[in-house]
Design a protein around this ligand. Structure first.
Ligand SMILES: Nc1ncnc2c1ncn2[C@@H]1O[C@H](COP(=O)(O)OP(=O)(O)OP(=O)(O)O)[C@@H](O)[C@H]1O
Length: 239
């Protein structure tokens, strides 16, 4: 069986009296693709933030390739070879796509290597046609793809994405799907997502969150036809 690259043990996050993440035991193996789903307020973002270092869990532990990372800062986690895309854009509008990706590559590589790396990522993610355009002139979907380029340039073995398809057109979502499949050739990928069409097009296994806890973890088709899950999405009490 493939190596476990991400694991949480009894991960719990409280905000005052609110248990936003409730005793979550999660495991992801090398090159696995997993979507985290659930209705609004289910605890997906809180879990994502605890794993990516934006929050320190109140209780429990996070492990990446067996290394405990609980309480680490996002840049420390990134230095392990983990690519993180949050909902806050991390790009410079007045620089071109190539320059943005080159700058990200410089964090890991020498000047010359960074150039080769940036060119390779642009090729790999099919960004050639917009490589010389300034970020500020790009459409929303294109910017999202460039942000995945910034993630890919570090050759991550684990990629953590918060709503990469948010606000995208159907065509953009299709391109994003291709990029994510490309990433899974070399990395395990976790995606927090709302867009069910997108989830169906990329995911095999999904983890459903409800009231901070994992309600179900199974194949996307099985999950979507499950009555408890359907009730949770419709706001009925989970039985
Ligand atoms: N900083 C915070 N302070 C207090 N409560 C919070 C904070 N962040 C999240 N919560 C609460 O924790 C619970 C889980 O929220 P979270 O944002 O993780 O859910 P979510 O599944 O990501 O929701 P959405 O799909 O709407 O983004 C909610 O009840 C929310 O109000």
């Amino acid at each position: 069986m493939a190596e476990v690259v991400l694991e949480t043990q009894a991960l719990t996050m409280r905000f005052g009296g609110v248990v936003a993440s409730d005793n979550v035991n999660f495991k992801l193996r090398a090159r696995e693709l997993r979507c985290l789903i659930g209705p609004n307020g289910a605890g997906k973002s809180t879990f994502f933030k605890c794993v990516t270092g934006l929050l320190t869990p109140t209780e429990g532990q996070v492990f990446m390739r067996g290394q405990e990372t609980t309480g680490w800062m996002p840049h420390q986690i990134a230095s392990l070879g983990v690519g993180i895309k949050t909902q806050t854009p991390n790009v410079m509008d007045n620089l071109s796509v190539f320059e943005n990706i080159w700058l990200a590559a410089r964090r890991f590589h020498s000047v010359d290597e960074a150039k080769h790396k940036a060119e390779a990522v642009i090729e790999r993610l099919a960004l050639n046609s917009i490589a010389r355009s300034d970020l500020g002139n790009l459409a929303h979907g294109e910017r999202q793809r460039v942000e995945l380029g910034l993630v890919a340039v570090g050759d991550p073995w684990l990629v953590l994405l918060d709503e990469p398809a948010a606000g995208m057109s159907a065509e953009d979502v299709e391109r994003m799907t291709e990029i994510i499949h490309e990433l899974t050739k070399t990395a395990a990928v976790v995606i927090v997502e709302h867009d069910m069409q997108f989830i169906r097009s990329i995911a095999q296994t999904v983890t459903v969150f409800h009231q901070g806890a994992v309600l179900m973890e199974d194949h996307v088709d099985k999950v979507m036809s499950d009555e408890t899950v359907r009730n949770v999405y419709l706001g009925k009490k989970a039985g």
